[in-house]
Design a protein around this ligand. Structure first.
Ligand code: NAD
Ligand code: DAU
Length: 332
């Protein structure tokens, strides 16, 4: 297998690349990543020559064409991913998420290459807090709230149109909130862990009642591998691990794991347009492809993630001050 991974120097793509390289040592793996603030060559360094890193942009049509020509399959993770950044600077989101996905689609169309497109549950908008029985399914209408989720929704629509109009051999997946090793310190869980490790206080947006549906990154990537192996072309698969928690509940579990008092945090300015609740019904994926999450003990998986950040300070420490300076400027 000759595999092209876009965004493979970022959080989920790098975890995917690590596990694919370990499980398939004979495969040729190429990562294309422009190494934005969110990507790091260091994350792939432990893999040595098992992976070729091409530093380049997915909106570069000539580069993408050349890389896709040499691949049997493309797994497309590359994107601008942080909702807060999309509120202050949406332009990069339009470029990478929409133009970038268009560029990938045109290349896989020309070369007849299999594509798996990675997307998010945020394309469905949010759910009310007081209706626990309602969850997202593949039939839920798209209703994105933020510039980030709007560009991801647009990218999904492009993929669907290229499947229907040009018979591109693509599958799609929409996953809930990931956590685990190598997640950028701007995101909720690593931000709080590294705040506490650096003597800062944890920061909760608003009252912390917003609910996210957490999944360990290894479980997300196991589902992606199952879809690549057995997914139906044109199908959208929802990936989630039945782990809904309010932000306050996640933070209090974390504070306990790290030996802090339950009220050892600050309430900070809420996110504009803050989505209330995400929840995934992943029964279709489980029934069709036999996938199930392995990391179902959330406190244990969170504790292991804390251990990873403790042990890998050299990976995240150079990023921390600049990220916190940006949050301070926004009152968060
Ligand atoms: P991330 O921000 O950690 O990594 C994104 C990577 O893409 C970075 O390495 C960055 O350098 C690269 N990139 C960005 N724009 C690029 C461009 N124009 N050309 C080449 N490379 C570019 O993101 P992540 O959290 O690993 O998310 C990966 C994918 O998974 C995204 O498509 C995201 O929408 C999706 N997703 C994320 C989550 C989550 O909880 N993090 C959940 C569901 C879906
Ligand atoms: O649902 C999938 C999505 O999950 C992905 O598509 C996105 O790429 C990913 O960033 C994530 O989006 P969220 O906006 O849900 O994740 P974030 O880590 O930014 O925030 C999680 C929740 O925590 C959210 O309700 C905002 C809140 N929050 C966040 C930060 C950074 C805080 O309360 N305090 C914080 O410091």
């Amino acid at each position: 297998m000759r595999l092209l991974v876009t965004g493979g120097a970022g959080f989920i793509g790098a975890n995917f690349t690590h596990s694919w390289a370990n499980e398939n040592p004979g495969d040729q793996i190429t990562v294309v990543d422009s190494l934005t603030y969110a990507g790091s060559a260091d994350t792939l360094a432990p893999l040595g020559e098992a992976v070729e890193l091409v530093v380049g942009d997915i909106t570069d049509a000539a580069l993408v064409d050349e890389l896709v020509a040499g691949a049997d399959a493309v797994v497309h993770f590359a994107a601008e991913t942080h909702v807060d950044n999309s509120l202050t600077g949406p332009s990069a989101f339009v470029q990478s998420n929409l133009v970038g996905t268009f560029t990938i689609l045109e290349a896989v169309r020309r070369h007849g290459t299999r594509l798996h497109h990675i997307s998010t549950d945020e394309v469905y908008g949010d759910l009310p807090l007081d209706a626990p029985d309602i969850r997202f399914t593949a039939d839920t209408p798209y209703n994105p709230s933020s510039p980030y989720s709007a560009t991801k929704a647009g990218s999904d629509m492009l993929v669907r149109a290229w499947v229907r109009s040009f018979r591109v051999a693509a599958t799609l997946s929409n996953c809930s909130n990931n956590f685990g090793p190598y997640q950028h310190v701007e995101k909720f869980i690593p931000r709080q862990i590294t705040n506490l490790l650096t003597g800062r206080r944890a920061k909760l947006y608003g009252a912390g009642a917003n609910v996210r549906d957490w999944i360990h990154v290894e479980d997300h990537n196991a589902a992606v591998r199952a879809i690549l192996a057995g997914g139906r072309i044109g199908q959208t698969y929802l990936i989630g691990a039945d782990c809904e928690r309010s932000n306050l509940a996640v933070l209090q579990t974390l504070l306990e794991i790290m030996g802090h008092d339950p009220d050892d945090f600050d309430h900070v300015a809420d996110r504009a347009g803050h989505d209330l609740r995400y929840a995934i019904d992943s029964s279709a994926l489980r029934e069709e492809l036999g996938w199930a999450p392995a990391h179902t003990d959330f406190p244990a998986a969170l504790a292991a993630t804390v251990d990873w950040y403790r042990a890998n300070e050299a990976w995240w420490a150079p990023l921390k001050d600049a990220v916190e300076a940006g949050y301070t400027e926004r009152g968060q």
